[in-house]
Design a protein around this ligand. Structure first.
Ligand SMILES: C[S@@+](CC[C@H](N)C(=O)[O-])C[C@H]1O[C@@H](n2cnc3c(N)ncnc32)[C@H](O)[C@@H]1O
Ligand code: SF4
Length: 374
């Protein structure tokens, strides 16, 4: 079976750097040459084409940073030229991330005409004081209007990003956010617990967050609310109405292949001989815009593949087909006989002739489960 191929495109600028964010995003000091960046993305893609082995793209994800800073004309030029370089599956999911303060009807409609069929909007919270504490530059109404606009376009799907476990957030605050967001009827919802990352402003000066008991209540009751409203959890932070899972992220988690173009983008490509190559692009826009795209390219050592495979695969709630391990790692099942036996014995996994399934106990001790494969 051919390994599915996706394309990730990174847009590295934001109007303002959020204090919790460790994504590769740079604050706008002056307007960058967006058109030049698009040309560099295409040149970057051309250099990667020999890694694709004639496969068509199954999904495209334009992420950031804030991709919605790019005009619809530029996104159209980008997608049109990608089409000329590489086949794109007719039903490919094509997503763009948008911040609520950089959207309007003309821009969203233009994206749709350019071939975008899924928009992901960073709502984060619908309470003004929480947005302020998160350093967001939009208010609740702008987020609601952006979601209503996405809904009105009849796109294939749209996603809202919401965070919980925010500074001074009570259980009621978190449930208020969730129910407001559910009322906007997104087919997909990413519901992330705020994490404090070392290289961020919050990392240097951590805010006071809800304690573990409160976090647990928020998670339990939020999950129950989402389930009652018809959302299925398919990954720790990902919820979707039936038929609306994010195909792009599923491909990452199922250990599929992906090209990564743009500042700091990562790629993973299976070669004809079954070995897996990882690529990393130049992180800073300055170097990237000088035409230095590739920062690293290396083969993943065979002994690291089981850990890498399961680290991605066990994030998903669905069972893991044994055949997928063989196809995606090019390793025989016998390679992992010992760690699998230990995982079964410790109650982290169950198995059938064709699948493995992480148990509830395994989910609670995911790190210990994964360490068996190191
Ligand atoms: C690549 S970011 C960008 C999307 C867009 N720029 C925005 O902020 O609206 C994707 C999502 O990751 C989540 N995120 C970023 N940093 C996080 C953190 N430290 N903890 C939890 N979620 C985080 C946010 O919900 C964010 O919308
Ligand atoms: S969370 Fe989004 S808007 Fe904020 S800095 Fe990160 S990428 Fe930019």
């Amino acid at each position: 079976m051919e390994i599915p191929l996706s394309l990730y495109i990174h847009m590295p600028w934001c109007v303002h750097k959020c204090p919790y964010c460790d994504f590769n995003s740079h604050t706008l000091k002056q307007t960058p040459d967006y058109a030049a960046y698009i040309n560099h993305l295409l040149a970057d893609l051309k250099q990667d084409l020999p890694l694709c082995q004639q496969r068509a793209l199954q999904t495209i994800f334009i992420g950031g940073g804030t991709p919605s800073l790019f005009s619809a004309e530029l996104i159209d030029r980008l997608l049109t030229q990608i089409h000329q370089l590489i086949p794109i599956n007719q039903n490919a999911e094509i997503t763009i991330e948008a911040n609520p303060n950089s959207v309007d009807v003309a821009r969203f409609t233009g994206y749709q005409q350019a071939g975008i069929n899924r928009i992901s909007i960073g709502v984060q919270s619908l309470q003004a004081d929480k947005l302020q504490a998160l350093g967001r530059v939009h208010n609740p109404l702008e987020a609601i209007n952006a979601a209503k606009l996405a809904h009105s376009l009849n796109l294939h799907s749209f996603n809202l990003d919401l965070m919980h476990g925010l500074p001074n957030q009570s259980l009621d605050d978190a449930l208020f956010d969730l129910s407001q967001v559910i009322d906007l009827s997104p087919p997909h919802l990413s519901w992330y617990q705020l994490t404090i990352e070392p290289n961020t402003l919050f990392g240097a000066k951590p805010p006071r967050l809800p304690d573990d008991d409160n976090l647990w209540d928020i998670y339990q009751q939020g999950d129950a609310l989402l389930t009652a409203k018809g959302y299925q959890q398919y990954e720790i932070s990902a919820y979707a109405k039936p038929g609306f899972k994010c195909q792009h992220n599923l491909n990452y988690w199922r250990f599929g292949d992906y090209l990564g173009i743009g500042c700091g983008a990562h790629g993973k490509l299976t070669q004809a001989d079954g070995q897996i190559r990882r690529t990393v692009k130049t992180r800073h826009p300055k170097g990237y815009l000088q035409g230095r795209y590739l920062a690293q390219s290396y083969l993943v050592p065979k002994q690291e593949l089981p850990f890498e495979f399961f680290m991605n695969r066990f994030r998903l709630i669905e069972p893991t087909p044994k055949q997928e391990f063989i196809e995606r790692t090019a390793l025989p099942l016998q390679t992992i006989d010992q760690p699998i036996a230990q995982a079964l014995e410790q109650g982290y996994l169950t198995e059938t002739a064709h699948h493995w399934q992480v148990t509830e106990h395994g989910k609670l001790f995911l790190n210990s489960l994964l360490e068996l494969f190191l």
